[in-house]
Design a protein around this ligand. Structure first.
Ligand code: GLA
Length: 394
């Protein structure tokens, strides 16, 4: 297995674990973050997405307790949380901060399996936080896998993903779709997940790391509007769906309608909902094309899907910003770049560029110069590789 290796982080979580919780055995786990190749904002519309687990994510050192105390630490966050099971409740609260994610998973795991014992844990990650690479899904999935292993419950990976998703939706209160948790839980080396969120059903599509690398382009722009903008898009899509159901036919998801259906309802929907629905219909087509391109080993065509996905996410869905438009355009203008688009919810954070191996340095230099001269800010770069799903580490 292509296990993730971040020896420095593994040492660091082990050292902190012993310092805070004393000697004695503990176990270590990893769950990956993800990038989404194509299928922007389709998961909560019941559409098809094409995410890939990356070789970065969240590491966890954990030991079960015989009582019901929960003790959580992070190398990336100052906040320390020590709480009794009875105080966790059904929803997170400000005092839990980042620990709301693992506490939510503990709560949902308890509901699903009846296992309510406490644990002590140290987390650390090598993903840029809050940048659109799903650090929160990775925290959730690594916690779910660890609890499953510690209690010997042998849940399927998709059940772990559903527990993680329930924690984020119900406990943390973010109305995201299922993509991030499934991408992390079902990730596989050398493959991309083609996830049909209606269902859900999935298949794995080969990804050739020798043909194509992924460069993350970090605009350094905080995703301040991400939560309100995201919820607004969810509501706009629900209202477009309602119009389609009454004017065309009753289908379960917005992504089930064709572009012709959407065109037919343009005036009934109003311009904003029409553009959101048009993005959803055209993005479904791009996900299909991108999966075919991957199967045909056609990275040029895959790259074109990324480019048109970005144009639609920016124009029709309006989740881009100047920084993301400029950084992706600069990447596209370089030789050896197949395509580039924003990743995650948008509104700032990171974009990705697919490139021919060996091109990263030249692309970085060109993109940094263009971005600096426009915004006076030094962008960040990270060359990511395709990674495994969640795993226990030795
Ligand atoms: C965020 C959400 C995902 C998905 C993407 C947009 O990352 O967490 O569920 O909706 O935005 O594609």
């Amino acid at each position: 297995m292509n296990a993730p290796t971040a020896p420095r982080l593994l040492d660091a979580i082990s050292t902190r674990f012993r310092a805070d919780f004393g000697d004695g055995p503990f176990r270590r786990f990893f769950a990956p973050g993800r990038i989404n190749l194509v299928g922007a904002h389709l998961d909560y519309n019941g559409g098809d997405v094409l995410p890939m687990a990356v070789d970065r994510g969240i590491y966890l050192a954990i030991r079960p307790r015989s009582d019901d105390r929960l003790r959580l630490r992070s190398l990336d966050q100052k906040l320390v949380v020590d709480v009794d099971a009875g105080q966790v409740g059904a929803r997170t609260r400000p005092a839990f901060g980042w620990a709301g994610y693992p506490l939510g998973v503990w709560q949902c795991f308890r509901e699903a399996t009846g296992h309510a014992a406490g644990f002590e844990a140290v987390f650390a990650g090598d993903l840029p936080m809050a940048s659109g690479l799903s650090s929160s899904a990775a925290i959730e999935v690594v916690t779910a896998l660890a609890l499953d292993t510690l209690h010997g419950t042998r849940l399927e990976r998709q059940q772990l993903a559903l527990i993680a998703h329930k924690a984020e939706n119900g406990f943390v209160g973010v109305r995201c779709g299922i993509m991030d948790q499934f991408a992390s839980a079902l990730g596989r080396a050398g493959q991309v997940l083609l996830l049909h969120c209606a269902g859900p059903r999935w298949e794995h599509v080969p990804f050739d790391p020798t043909a194509c690398e992924v460069l993350v382009l970090d605009t350094r722009k905080p995703r301040l509007l991400a939560k309100s903008g995201f919820n607004e898009r969810v509501a706009q899509c629900a209202s477009a769906h309602e119009v389609l159901r009454t004017h065309v036919r009753d289908l379960p998801h917005l992504a089930s309608y064709s572009l012709a259906d959407v065109e037919q309802c343009r005036s009934a929907m109003g311009e904003t909902s029409y553009r959101r629905a048009r993005h959803v219909a055209t993005e479904m087509e791009r996900t299909r094309t991108a999966a075919l391109a991957l199967r045909a080993h056609d990275y040029q065509r895959l790259g074109q899907c990324l480019n048109s996905s970005h144009a639609s996410a920016s124009g029709d869905y309006e989740v881009s910003c100047d920084e993301l438009d400029v950084i992706t355009a600069a990447a596209r203008s370089c030789d050896g770049v197949f395509g580039s688009r924003l990743t995650g919810a948008g509104f700032g954070g990171c974009a990705i560029a697919l490139l021919r191996p060996g091109q990263a340095e030249v692309v970085q230099e060109h993109v940094a110069t263009a971005f600096r001269s426009r915004f006076g800010v030094e962008p960040g770069f990270d060359l990511l590789r395709n990674g495994t799903g969640p795993v226990e580490l030795g």
